[in-house]
Ligand binder design. Structure first.
Ligand SMILES: [Zn+2]
Length: 134
């Protein structure tokens, strides 16, 4: 009986992981648009002599988007009107990476459980044959 309990316990845990897997995949698929990179804010001094920036009132802020998507990476200045959108896209990419890692852990957990299940089910199979033989 203890062995059947073990099989049931593993089945329950597998169901929980499947639910977590499904939820994670769903949340990944919600992140439709994303951008791998980072957004930095900079203030700068110009070359003009006597400009206020020389005494601390630097120009800016400038928003610089640094992307690192295969081969097309680089730096670009963003108009202020696009900063909020860019922030969202960068955040989506970060969330995606995080969800991807979570999914990998869940999948590894599922494989480990299925290995346990295989052993427990095999023991149960052996027991059932012994019972027939008796
Ligand atoms: Zn200046």
């Amino acid at each position: 009986m203890a062995r059947e309990d073990e099989v049931d316990r593993i089945r329950e845990q597998a169901q929980e992981l499947l639910a977590a897997q499904r939820a994670t995949v769903r949340s990944l698929l919600r992140l439709r648009a994303q951008l791998g990179g980072s957004l930095v804010m900079r203030y700068a001094e110009c070359g003009k002599e006597g400009c206020a920036c020389r005494s601390g009132e630097r120009h800016g802020p400038y928003f610089i988007l640094s992307t690192r998507s295969g081969g097309r990476g680089g730096l670009s200045y963003l108009p202020h009107s696009q900063v909020s959108r860019a922030r969202t896209l960068v955040e989506h990419h970060r969330e995606f990476q995080e969800g991807f890692r979570r999914l990998k852990q869940i999948n590894e957990g599922l494989l480990a459980l299925l290995r346990q299940y295989r052993s427990a089910a095999a023991r149960q199979g052996e027991r059932s044959l012994e019972a027939v033989a008796r």
